[in-house]
Ligand binder design. Structure first.
Ligand SMILES: [Ca+2]
Length: 500
């Protein structure tokens, strides 16, 4: 099955409220008494972690901690599958069209970002209400270490993009260079030890002050340097499915991977998993620290990634995802409610007892859990520069597929409810894609030609509205009917298409 998956992008989000003796499973807390002491919040963020390739299955300690006391979301998505845009969305609770960080360079940690959006991150809001806030690790790709972002009392930010050795940190505004010695320089271990030290120290000095910590790991991002003890772990794994003549231009001109590509992806996957073992160790140390300090019962742990990753799906060797896949995996504590990266900030504020600011586009996950009403609509806005696949430089109609990043600009509408589960995408070139994931979960058949024009128009209107929405009231509309009028079976007209 795994070998037939399409491109995917997924984020495993787990809310852990782990106050349980070993071996005893408790349901996550969904009702909180805000009159009592406010809870600690710890966000664990990985970089480019896949879900469907099995990375969470490699993290036994993390799974045990989160599954026993938490909730995992099987329908968790990032709204823009790229590092800096997604991280900017997580920090602000806003869609990319409202924070305007479209790529890893464009407006990433820019003066405009610092002026307009950085003062409105969840760190700022919680800091202003008395939380002891601390950030450790990768921030935004273009962060240059010249300043400490607003909202963080303790700051250990990685300068520029993910690395495991030979990197520079900004320690509360002072640049600190690190070498290549294990364990003192290995970033995953450093983030772990520094965050645990901060938490202990904060509780010792301010025992009644809640703590917000972000542990932002480089793993499993390149250069995929594992800790020495894990350098021989894990067998091979890869995916390979191509060609795809009914997909957009990149997919049409991509063939199946050749053996040399398979060798590469197998090595890559192994190395990525190896780096995650140190994150797994980090989770265990963090958990044990919370037990020792007596803070476990009053701490929310959130585990997620800035976006997903594909290796080999549909013949694409590797890269950040260009489409979001709806996962169906999950633990006993899983929920199918749809959650987004823009929901992270409102959720953290909600845990702290704060209402969602009007300009945040996301909504609290706690609200979803309380009401058990699934969020039904989301829009994915994504723009990508020409990438490695473009070296073939084919000409598609009036477009040179290699030279125009606009060829790969698209917007998608994803709808999940009791009756529908589909993805509708409009590319800047005018190309349309539609996949009914109830009948075609791996997005093998582009069903747009089978749709009634009325339905197409409805989908287009919904997508256009969400592309320009501002604030959580506009960006979280109740789902309107997308029933195809007099042809109610139209959406399922290709139910007999085979699963390849
Ligand atoms: Ca990333």
């Amino acid at each position: 099955m795994a070998g037939r998956l399409l491109l995917f992008l997924c984020v495993s989000v787990t809310l852990g409220h782990a106050h349980f003796p070993p071996g005893q499973r408790l349901k996550p807390r969904i009702q909180r008494d805000r009159r009592n002491i406010r809870p600690n919040i710890i966000l664990i963020l990985t970089d480019d972690q896949d879900l469907e390739l099995g990375s969470m299955q490699a993290m036994n300690k993390t799974r045990r901690i989160m599954e026993e006391g938490g909730t995992s979301f099987s329908n968790a998505f990032v709204t823009t599958p790229m590092c800096c845009p997604s991280r900017s969305s997580m920090l602000t609770g806003k869609y990319v069209h409202n924070h305007n960080t479209y790529t890893n360079n464009e407006n990433c940690s820019s003066p405009s970002w610092q002026r307009q959006h950085e003062p409105r991150t969840f760190g700022v809001y919680l800091n202003n209400t008395g939380y002891r806030t601390a950030f450790f690790g990768k921030y935004l790709n273009e962060y240059n270490g010249s300043y400490v972002p607003a909202g963080w009392r303790e700051w250990l930010g990685l300068v520029k993009n993910s690395r495991f050795y030979n990197y520079t940190l900004s320690r509360n505004g002072v640049r600190e260079k690190h070498g290549a010695q294990y364990p003192q320089d290995y970033l995953t271990d450093l983030i772990t030890s520094e965050s645990i030290r901060y938490f202990r120290s904060s509780k010792r000095i301010y025992p009644h002050r809640p703590v917000l910590m972000v542990l932002s790991h480089a793993a499993p991002h390149g250069p995929e340097d594992s800790a020495p003890q894990y350098s021989n772990a894990f067998p091979n794994a890869s995916y390979n499915y191509a060609p795809n003549p009914d997909k957009h231009w990149i997919m049409r001109y991509t063939g199946a991977m050749r053996p040399i590509h398979m060798e590469f992806t197998n090595v890559l996957q192994r190395k990525r998993l190896q780096t995650l073992l140190s994150v797994d160790d980090s989770m265990e140390k963090l958990y044990n620290m919370l037990v020792e300090t007596g803070e476990l019962e009053n701490t929310y742990i959130i585990y997620t990634s800035d976006h997903g990753y594909h290796i080999g799906q549909f013949g694409l060797v590797k890269g950040e995802n260009v489409r979001i896949f709806t996962g169906s995996t999950g633990s006993n504590g899983s929920t199918g409610s749809t959650v987004l990266n823009i929901d992270l900030a409102p959720t953290i504020l909600d845990i702290a007892g704060l209402d969602t600011p009007t300009d945040m586009d996301g909504k609290s996950i706690l609200t979803l859990l309380d009401t058990d009403k699934p969020l039904l609509l989301l829009v994915i806005v994504y723009r990508q520069f020409c990438w490695t696949l473009c070296v073939c430089c084919v000409t598609v109609g009036p477009f040179c597929a290699c030279t125009s990043a606009n060829n790969n600009t698209y917007w998608c509408l994803r709808t999940i409810n009791e009756t529908h589960n589909f993805l509708f995408c409009e590319f800047a070139t005018g190309f349309l894609e539609y996949f009914d994931l109830n009948t075609d979960p791996y997005q093998l058949i582009n069903g747009v030609s089978s749709l009634d024009r009325t339905v197409l128009n409805q989908l287009h209107v919904q997508l256009m509205e969400l592309r320009g929405c501002r604030g959580h009231k506009q960006c979280n509309p109740r789902t309107r009917s997308v029933e195809p009028g007099t042809t109610p079976t139209q959406l399922h007209s290709y139910t007999t298409t085979q699963a390849v």
